[in-house]
Design a protein around this ligand. Structure first.
Ligand code: HPA
Ligand code: ZN
Length: 339
């Protein structure tokens, strides 16, 4: 079975993608020159060589350093457009993307610069590439809840216009449990936002339970360590909560020692609504299809399992029910035709 051609031909959604994590070394160099930003690298090769991580924090240090070249709206537009073009080439029809406004406002780049640059590219991607999209504002969990609230307040005009569709929680997980942001997530729900949170990437299963019980999230980002708690697994499966799993990210940040040991198949066997995603593709060595191919080969996933993963990406999305059904029907027809 040619996994790449099978999965490329199926309409898919990507639900866990940090736009700043799609900053390729070539673009980083180009924007550094364009904006006259000093960087500690002289070549694309030197940048790639620096992408060696032993855990999440290692990666985050380089990720925050990399985003320093993003200065004006056009930079955010170019970054987002480059990602959408890659997504279109992979046969992705819908994306729900994250950005980290606090990673920009804390270094003096206005909230509107990042947000409007990204939104302009998402609009053009819809027109020119036929990719639908939603934007999810992520709160940095290593900062305080008050700082999160300040960012949420800044976002209010875009939230009122439905231009920002969701609130997420990312950055350093250990030591920053979901409960730290309980009031903020309650306010976001009140404002009509969809809610997601990174949980169980490095943090314990209890953080996944807290994201569901204390924050009321609609979806869990990663969720790998939920498998350590069978009662929680049963609850997540009964509730139909999607997990946005990122195989190559888990490998590079050493959440798993090899893809052969990746929990994705166990998640599916347990009835969890697992999806495949790329997280920070420029840092972790692959976009969406690369993640599908790598994990399918390592775990020997069969056609029904791949089809379930793709269906889960649509079912786990925040698309309306009728649009979801259109994509699901196309998946069923394409899988039947491919067989
Ligand atoms: N985990 C937590 N925070 C992040 C990640 C991630 O994988 N990528 C970007 N910010
Ligand atoms: Zn992530």
């Amino acid at each position: 079975m040619d996994v790449r051609s099978l999965v490329r031909g199926l309409p898919k959604a990507e639900l866990h993608l940090h736009l700043e994590g799609s900053l390729e070394p070539e673009m980083l160099m180009r924007l550094a020159t364009r904006n006259r930003v000093e960087i500690p690298f002289r070549s694309v090769e030197e940048i790639r060589a620096a992408y060696r991580f032993t855990e999440l924090q290692d990666f985050l240090d380089i990720y925050y350093q990399g985003m320093n070249v993003l200065r004006v709206e056009e930079d955010f537009y170019d970054l987002t457009t480059a990602y959408l073009e890659r997504a279109a080439a992979d046969g992705t029809v819908h994306v729900e993307v994250f950005y980290d406004p606090q990673g920009h406002t804390t270094r003096g780049v206005p909230f509107s610069t990042a947000t409007d640059g990204i939104l302009a590219a998402l609009d053009d991607g819809r027109e020119k590439l036929g990719i639908t999209s939603l934007l999810i504002l992520c709160i940095l969990r290593h900062l305080s809840e008050d700082e999160g609230f300040a960012t949420f307040r800044e976002a209010e005009p875009w939230i009122a216009d439905r231009r920002i569709a969701g609130l997420g929680l990312d950055s350093t997980e250990k030591g920053h449990p979901p409960g730290k942001f309980q009031r903020l997530f309650a306010a976001a729900r009140e404002a009509g936002l969809k809610l997601v949170a990174h949980a169980g990437e490095e943090g314990p299963a209890s953080y996944v339970a807290d994201a569901v019980d204390l924050l009321g999230v609609d979806r869990i980002d990663h969720g790998n360590r939920a498998l350590e708690d069978p009662v929680l697994v049963r609850r997540l499966s009964d509730m139909g909560i999607a997990l946005t799993v990122c195989p190559l990210s888990n490998l590079r940040l050493r959440g798993v020692t090899s893809l052969e040991r990746h929990p994705l198949k166990r998640m599916l066997d347990a009835g969890l609504k697992a999806t495949v995603n790329s997280d920070d593709p420029s840092y972790f060595g692959g976009y969406l299809l690369d993640n599908f191919v790598a994990v399918a080969e390592a775990l020997d996933l069969d056609r029904p399992e791949l089809s379930t993963l793709v269906r889960n990406s649509i079912e786990g999305s925040f698309l309306d029910a009728s649009t979801r059904q259109v994509h699901l029907d196309r998946i069923d027809r394409a899988v039947a035709a491919h067989g």
